[in-house]
Design a protein around this ligand. Structure first.
Ligand code: FAD
Length: 381
């Protein structure tokens, strides 16, 4: 039997990724009663993410130094035809973080501010009425019911609850595979592999992390099978059949949600499509969206209102340009033959042009570099 709860949370957040945990910390710090519900065993289990973020994000969100595994000096872009190009990103400062440790760090912050976090709890339903939202979840084989004034779905790429709540999930999904492997990768730089015949408009990566291990993964359109990832590994002479090879597969949302909130329910982070359409990176946008949503929630709260509809516009005004620029560049590049891509890459690596693009590249804001690149492309094609 499910008992009707008497207590009322101010905000219940479904999903304890970076977005949900950061939002929980922000709201609890402001004195709200917050509960986070996460289906996994712990907030740091089964995290499918390469953990690449900018040093800016590290500073902006006060990420402790011990969570930084490595600074990224440069990227080697390898095309399917064997051509390779070096991109110096030392000045734009990308870092690789301990991704599990990062989730744990955000969890501790949220707990310190008084948020409650329930793990191994899968949310099954979210039902809104005039006064509150009822949330049903399954925990330790029992069904539980809680209620809240507002609910945030920070559920990453699982769009089930968003659809059930009448919200509109992001329009596109890619597939990601992620694996950490023991051993020494042959290069100190991150490898980015562009191979349209295997990965479409996506790409693969190999990231040396520390002496004894490296991270590898792919991002590719549609619902790709494991065989695609194995082929990527085979092409780089990595044995994908070893005992410790247990890749994590996860979808990645792409494109802004056209309806990220209504009434008392809102999406946030990747659930709202706040993921870079150039790289698939979603941590910094997710954290930013948590801040925007925290402001919107506090405003609505203080005015005694019950409608979060302004959230869709707030997200769009912050992220629309970036997300659309990423879509545009993907569309253009994937319409070109590999021979043309090679020609353009050769031209860009020529003196001056690469330096110009590199100097304007910002890790979390790609739209200006993209429009400069499009200008160059326009003159070439
Ligand atoms: C292979 C791969 C590599 C990536 N590499 C990078 C990278 O290098 N840098 C970067 O910035 N981003 C990267 N990303 C993207 C990044 O991991 C995500 O965009 C980011 O984690 C989104 O954060 P989030 O909190 O919005 O969602 P998530 O981190 O996905 O968290 C959502 C949480 O909600 C929980 N959940 C879902 N449904 C329910 C439910 N019904 N009940 C309870 N809990 C639920 C999930 O278990 C999950 O813990 C990568 C993604 C993939 C797949």
């Amino acid at each position: 039997m499910v008992t009707v709860p008497s207590s009322l949370y101010d905000v219940v957040i479904i999903g304890a990724g970076p977005t949900g945990l950061h939002l929980a910390g922000l709201l609890a710090e402001k004195g709200l009663e917050v509960c986070v519900i996460e289906r996994k065993k712990s907030v740091s289990s089964d995290v499918a993410c390469a953990g690449v973020i900018s040093l800016n994000t590290v500073h902006e969100y006060d990420i402790p130094a011990h969570l930084i595994r490595k600074k990224m000096g440069g990227v080697k872009v390898l095309l399917e035809n064997g051509k390779e190009y070096f991109v110096d990103i030392s000045h734009s400062a990308g870092v690789i973080i301990d991704r599990e440790g990062f989730n744990h760090h955000l969890e501790q912050r949220a707990l310190c501010h008084g948020a409650k976090i329930v793990t191994e709890a899968r949310t099954e339903g979210v039902l809104e009425n005039k006064h509150c939202v009822y949330i049903t979840y399954r925990h330790q084989e029992r069904q539980k019911l809680i209620k809240a004034r507002f609910v945030v779905l920070a559920t990453g790429s699982d769009n089930t609850l968003a659809v059930r709540s009448g919200l509109k999930p992001p329009p596109v999904q890619f597939t990601g595979f992620h694996q950490i492997l023991p051993g020494l990768w042959k290069d100190e730089y991150t490898l980015v592999y562009y191979a349209p015949s295997l990965l479409g408009s996506g790409f693969g990566w190999i990231i040396p992390e520390k002496k004894s291990q490296y991270r590898t993964g792919i991002l590719t359109p549609g619902n790709a099978p494991l065989a695609v990832f194995k082929e990527f590994l085979r092409r780089h002479n990595i044995n994908g059949n070893e005992k410790n090879f247990r890749p994590l597969k996860r979808r990645i949302n792409q494109g802004l949600s056209p309806l990220a909130a209504k009434g008392r329910i809102a999406l946030a982070g990747e659930a709202a499509g706040l993921v870079k359409t150039t790289t698939g990176g979603g941590i910094s946008f997710g954290m930013k969206s948590a801040e925007i949503l925290a402001c919107e929630l506090m405003r609505v709260f203080h005015r005694g209102q019950s409608d979060l509809r302004s959230v869709t516009t707030a997200f769009a005004s912050e992220f629309h340009a970036e997300i659309e620029a990423g879509f545009r560049i993907r569309k253009v590049v994937s319409s070109l033959s590999l021979a043309k891509v090679t020609l353009i890459a050769d031209f860009i690596s020529a003196d001056g042009i690469m330096n110009r693009l590199q100097s304007m590249f910002k890790f979390d804001k790609h739209s200006t570099t993209i429009s400069e690149f499009m200008d160059i492309l326009g003159k070439l094609v």
